[in-house]
Design a protein around this ligand. Structure first.
Ligand code: AKG
Length: 197
């Protein structure tokens, strides 16, 4: 996987890259076993929800479909349990606690997106954490920028790739999945520890 950052293109496959201010990024290309099967099952079986959110004086549709499985909730596919267990082991030295929740987003086409934000609800707003994301389906740009200003880093997350943002990344950086002219569906699977959203 190639990443266009402030300092040009670099290869981050299997490497942890320090972003500064105690934030880091870990990208593992092709991490998910049988991404085709998992994508098809989740797209078909998950009871996806079209949410609406209040923005200023209007209520607007959230531009992606969502489903959130909180701590203790039954997951819709055994591969998610397995991934959660493996990721909890992979990032144990950083977290010293397991991933518990699983958030799912379905980007139906290039018009679906998520705006700049950090996962700062709960402990992610005050404490270091890791948010691990497995991407399935269409390759989409994944942008990161320092909170408060600075050049953005553009990653390209593809089918089966793992991207983990760790340390202070949720409170010192922001991330986004921008709209693109055309895209096939993409599913993002986010693993978080209890109390981070
Ligand atoms: O689509 C992604 O991988 C990112 C999702 C995300 O940032 C979120 O739902 O908070």
């Amino acid at each position: 996987m190639q990443v266009a950052g402030q300092d040009g293109l670099f290869d981050v496959a299997g490497h942890r890259r320090e972003l500064g201010a105690g934030a880091w990024l870990d990208v593992r290309t092709g991490w998910q076993h049988d991404p085709d099967g998992l994508f098809a099952a989740l797209q078909h079986d998950v009871p996806w929800v079209a949410e609406r959110r209040r923005m200023y004086d209007r209520t607007l549709p959230v531009p992606r479909l969502l489903r959130f499985y909180g701590t203790g909730a039954a997951l819709p596919h055994p591969a998610l349990e397995e991934a959660r267990r493996e990721l909890s082991e992979l990032y144990w030295e950083d977290l010293r606690e397991p991933f518990t929740s699983v958030g799912l987003c379905l980007y139906r086409d290039g018009a679906d997106s998520v705006a700049w934000h950090g996962d700062t609800i709960g402990r992610g707003g005050t404490h270091d954490t890791v948010v691990a994301i497995v991407s399935l389906g269409s390759t989409r740009p994944f942008l990161m920028r320092p909170r408060g200003g600075g050049a953005s880093t553009r990653l390209s997350v593809g089918h089966g790739d793992l991207l983990a943002m760790g340390g202070s990344a949720q409170r010192t950086w922001e991330h986004a999945v921008p709209k693109v002219p055309h895209a096939e569906p993409r599913i993002s699977i986010q693993f978080r520890v209890a109390g981070v959203r």
